[in-house]
Design a protein around this ligand. Structure first.
Ligand code: GDP
Ligand code: MG
Length: 442
């Protein structure tokens, strides 16, 4: 769902390797701008965000982590723009909610999802079917309600339905009343006046706009129209399980100024999540948190050291010490993939690796133990490892001699590969090796 925007943010951050002057900041901001625009975010919003990120980065100094932080803060502010999260109960029950939106956006499904959500929180919920335009619309909702075991009510007209529902909700001491309404394919005066009448009769605490996240900027334009006419208090984004870019969440939040409350993530009544800006931001920024990753990498990878190791690899004098140092770096950062992502040109390669996580690998712990049991001289000169030395090392590391032999073999192969990798056309070979190895591991 958020892949597109996440990838482009990652790419922008990846390019931050040499990031220390205005020119590099400008380059990265340009990239960011392009990717945000591609993600369906309105150009005005993009412009504002870019400006914010630029000002904030400059305030603290043009540095990778300041930039990432500025981006994160700006995304958060945009998403968290206005107020309430999730469901808010009125002081005096029943809390009355009217669902509005275009036809097919997911109002009816979301009504049932909300009812189920409330029921799971022990709220006595009544659902009113005020969509009497389409034959079968009320029946669809009646069935959904019975599947989530929530009471359903409907009458001859939308207004009659609302009146009957209010009475039933009050008499029956319900906590919440949700009114599903009829949508149209586009904004239309007839629908708006019907909604206005329903609003008038129901006097709701909340009017939720149900937006199809796949509708892109159209969803934002219609939300604006609804908001002008009937004053929305919340937005529910449906079909987030589809190919939505995630930009729609940012656009809606910033352009309508109405808080996003829930997101729908599937067709089933259980597929509803409370919209939590922090969570969305961290998703937008990468699986875990690109900021943390970048901080780690900045702290861990010393470029001079990396260059020195590169030289050694080329000369073929790569030692166990270097190997260990590499492993330590990799495991500190958590995944090989993220390191590769930082190496210029290796971004694509890192994708191939998938989620090869070396941090918790048994092999890594064993290799560490093995190298830890070597003398400093042995670490520098792998050729010194005679059978008797290997035996001593295996005992020291608590490994079998076979395991030690296997690791040494791996190391030699690795060093050989690394040497090739350092030469011309090496990237492809290295890639081939890695994909081979990840297959072996899997
Ligand atoms: P309404 O016309 O606004 O009442 O829309 P419906 O509730 O009838 O939904 C229209 C279609 O969208 C139905 O096929 C739903 O199953 C589907 N739908 C609604 N919400 C979601 C969602 O979050 N994810 C997916 N994949 N489909 C959804
Ligand atoms: Mg409907």
């Amino acid at each position: 769902m958020f892949e597109a925007i996440t990838d482009s943010l990652k790419n922008a951050v990846r390019k931050l390797r040499h990031f220390d002057d205005e020119a590099s900041l400008k380059r990265v901001l340009d990239d960011l701008k392009k990717s945000l625009l591609k993600s369906d975010i309105h150009h005005k919003v993009v412009k504002e965000m870019i400006a914010k990120v630029e000002v904030r980065t400059k305030e603290r100094g043009i540095q990778k982590d300041y930039f990432v932080k500025a981006l994160e803060t700006s995304l958060f502010e945009t998403l968290a723009a206005a107020g309430n999260q999730g469901f808010v109960y009125a002081q005096k029950p029943p809390t009355v909610v009217v669902m509005a939106g275009l036809q097919g956006s997911g109002k009816t499904t979301t009504t049932a999802k909300l009812a189920r959500f409330l029921k799971s929180r022990s709220k006595k919920t009544l659902v009113a079917g005020a969509d009497l335009r389409r034959a079968g619309a009320a029946e669809q909702l009646r069935q959904l309600c019975s599947s989530v075991e929530v009471e359903f009510i409907s009458a001859d007209s939308p207004i009659e339905t609302v009146k009957a529902a209010l009475k039933r909700a009050n008499d029956g001491l319900f906590d919440v009343l949700i009114v599903d309404t009829a949508g149209r394919l586009g904004i239309d005066a007839d629908m708006m006046s019907e909604l206005a009448a329903i609003k008038n009769a129901a006097n709701p605490h909340e009017i939720f706009y149900v937006a199809d996240s796949l509708a892109g900027q159209d969803a934002v334009r219609s939300a604006e129209a609804f908001h002008r006419q009937i004053a929305l208090t919340g937005v529910i984004l449906t079909k987030f399980d589809g190919d939505a870019t995630g930009g729609i969440a940012i656009s809606l939040a910033s352009q309508i100024g109405v808080p996003l409350r829930f997101i729908g993530t599937g067709e089933k009544t259980g597929d509803l999540e409370i919209f939590i800006p922090e969570r969305i931001v961290s998703r937008l920024m990468g699986e875990g948190d690109i900021a943390t990753l970048t901080e780690k990498v900045t702290a861990e990878i010393d470029e001079k050291k990396a260059a020195a190791i590169g030289k050694k690899i080329k000369k073929g004098t790569f030692s166990f010490n270097d190997f260990l140092a590499q492993i330590e770096q990799v495991s500190k950062i958590g995944s090989m993939k993220s390191i590769l992502g930082m190496i210029p040109g290796a971004g694509a390669l890192s994708q191939k690796l998938g989620d090869l996580d070396l941090e918790n690998s048994k092999d890594i712990r064993h290799i560490r133990a093995m190298i830890g049991s070597m003398t400093p001289k042995e670490r520098d000169e792998p050729d010194l490892l005679s059978p008797s030395r290997k035996l001593r090392i295996s005992k020291g590391a608590g490994l079998s001699i076979d395991e030690v032999n296997r690791f040494i073999k791996q190391f030699r192969n690795g060093a050989k590969m690394a040497k090739q990798f350092a030469g011309k056309g090496g990237m492809q070979k290295f890639g081939a090796l890695l994909s081979q190895q990840s297959r072996v591991r899997a």
